[in-house]
Design a protein. Sequence first.
Length: 309
Amino acid sequence: MQNETSINQFKIKPERNKISLIIRSLFIAIVFYLILGSIYYFNMINGFLFLGSLIFIMVIALIYLIIYRNNKQKRFSSIMFILFLLFFFYYEMPLLDYESHTYVVTGYEEPEELLDNSGIHILSVKLIDIHYIDDVDLINETYQGDAVEIYDLYKMTNKDRYQSKIRESAMLLGIETEDFHQMGDNVKGYVQEDIDFINGFLERENMLGNSAGLALTLSAMSYQGKVKNSIPLAVTGTIEPNGDVLEVGMIKEKMLISEHNGFPWIILPEQNVEEAERVKSTEGLTIEILPVSHIDEVEKAIRELNKSL
């Protein structure tokens, strides 16, 4: 009986030792991965150097494995370390697809009134992805020559590339829905009716973002007779199923587009009002800003504006 117990203890000990080696190998691999990942994330190296460094470390580990192949513990630790780094390498490989993306150019896009005579205008921004070109003057010359009114150039950082990779991975796994599709669900959830021109807009291809949500909802409510408006209004903002209006991006561009079209008012999320006021002051704009946080506030504001006519 005593001998049997000793044998069982002998069997358990190597298993525990293996688990300990796996944990240690994983810890060391994570440390290398996080150090290199942080250096990449903060723009100190590019994606090729990031992944190339992981390969270099795996090669060093492979040499170590060959040298100590007769030592069971060191051999096992080296194999596990290489496998963990290999996993991180394949996880980060899609970053190379974003490496060529250098700038995003923002430009003028004509506002759209989906429902005639509703006065509700959707604000969109033209986005042009620039690849392989780092010369800002060349980008400006190229697109100004094509009669595109350029508002700004945004330099892509490794942080931008990494976040794009994470979003794309999440969408492929079904963890996250594209903003545009989520916006459509939110609009339909709030409006509670199938409306042809809304459905047509939501079925368009190559549409990005969710900032048309508020304008779509107001257009639908105008169609339903819940909102009556005769003032041309520029509208931007996301919409939640409960009617909350949340912040959007590209405020500078949307303010400039609204001013260019002579809209007297722009309705935008309250969370964006500070940025909007700054743009208005910096660019010397005359358009009035109407910040809102819920669609009930929008309805009330539109009623008040139309009373003064």
